[in-house]
Design a protein around this ligand. Structure first.
Ligand SMILES: Nc1ncnc2c1ncn2[C@@H]1O[C@H](COP(=O)(O)OP(=O)(O)O)[C@@H](O)[C@H]1O
Ligand SMILES: [Mg+2]
Length: 353
């Protein structure tokens, strides 16, 4: 059982504050993902939880106990890094058992725990090899094995799949999800990749410049982002943003056309529409005209990349109408019930109740 709580946590390097007054509760047994652009403070936050980096202000609690000054070992956490950090001269078996030998466990106990971890990760045939004789995915499994044998309350992963090729990343992602189901431990996972966050997390924490922009389930962040940053960061291809303004009770888009049912007298707005929330209509009855530059065919789904009359780029998901090709002009409608409105300063404008 381990719940992790951060209360008003800050981190400064000299005079530069890289984490600002952050409050967060990570539930016991959850899979929580910190996601955000490079440099936003994800690793710093994880390292503060691990005890590898001192906390400048605020409090870290694990299961209700203050841990700011506790040794990494006392915290009951184990961390897996992007660059594996394996000892090159040791075998896989020795690498996995290393921390247990350091802790002074007897040989039989070490052997049993190493064997169990190897079985969980399906790396039994590799035990006598050295890291240099392993593929990237196998090395990352060994690195995870080193964490598993310590039987931690909390697993901390810092971009563990970023060094792997795309195909392997997908299969290792599934492995990590299975591991979480099997062990039931609290897992905190850092990535800059929103797809990884969406597929792994029960809770996503979106960070920017040392602050939490929004946290919630993947569905909550996708369906109901609080601001333009989260709206643009979560979802691939990303949400379309079209400029518009309210005039005489109607929302008129710079691209031409207008949206019904959206009554809010706030002047200029940014209208957010996900690629799947357009409808390609028959010639003549569309709201917007799109000049298609590129058609990306993924089999069942195709994405049309193009631009509207105002010059703003758009990406549209289509599942039928196979005839559309680059150079075509198509008419599209917007599903007004799914369009989201944002103030130009980035804040979401919620409809008045
Ligand atoms: N030891 C350090 N000294 C000074 N600045 C640092 C140090 N470590 C990280 N930073 C700065 O803190 C910010 C957050 O870094 P980091 O947590 O590594 O970001 P992320 O993991 O999200 O890419 C960055 O601006 C980085 O340059
Ligand atoms: Mg990092």
């Amino acid at each position: 059982m381990a719940k992790v709580e951060l209360e008003n946590v800050s981190k400064s390097y000299g005079t530069v504050e890289v984490i600002e007054g952050l409050n967060l509760t990570i539930e016991d047994g959850s899979f929580t993902v910190f996601v955000g652009p490079s440099g936003c403070g994800k690793s710093t936050l994880l390292r503060m939880i691990a005890g590898l980096e001192p906390i400048t202000h605020g409090e870290l609690q694990i299961d209700g106990a203050r841990m700011n000054d506790a040794d990494p070992i006392e915290r009951g956490v184990a961390m897996v890094f992007q660059n594996y950090a394996l000892y090159p001269h040791m075998t896989v078996e020795q690498n996995i058992g290393f921390s247990l030998r350091m802790a002074g466990l007897d040989k039989a106990a070490i052997a049993a725990r190493v064997a169990a971890a190897a079985q969980t990760l399906q790396i039994e045939p590799l035990m006598a090899r050295k890291p240099g004789q392993l593929s990237g995915g196998q090395r990352q499994r060994v690195a995870i094995g080193r964490a598993i044998v310590r039987d931690p309350e909390v697993f901390l992963f810092d971009e563990p799949l970023s060094n792997l090729d795309a195909e392997l990343r997908v299969s290792m992602r599934v492995e990590i999800a299975k591991l979480h189901n099997k062990l039931g431990s609290t897992m905190i996972y850092v990535t800059h990749d929103q797809t990884e966050a969406m597929t792994l997390a029960d809770k996503i924490v979106v960070m920017r410049a040392g602050k939490v922009e929004q946290s919630g389930t993947p569905e909550e962040l996708y369906d109901n982002p609080d601001n333009l940053f989260v709206a643009g960061f979560i979802g691939s291809p990303r949400m379309n943003f079209l400029r518009g303004r309210f005039e005489g009770g109607a929302l008129r888009l710079d691209a031409g056309g207008q949206l019904a049912n959206a009554q809010q007298d706030v002047g200029e707005v940014v209208v957010g529409i996900r690629p799947e929330h357009f409808a390609v209509s028959e010639p003549g009855d569309g709201q917007l005209s799109v000049l298609v530059d590129v058609v990306e065919n993924l089999g069942g789904t195709r994405y049309l990349y193009g631009s509207v009359a105002s010059g703003e780029p758009v990406v549209i998901e289509v599942r039928d109408r196979p005839g559309i090709k680059a150079g075509d002009t198509v008419n599209i409608g917007i599903r007004a019930d799914r369009a989201m409105l944002f103030h130009p300063n980035g804040e979401r404008l919620r409809r008045a109740p």
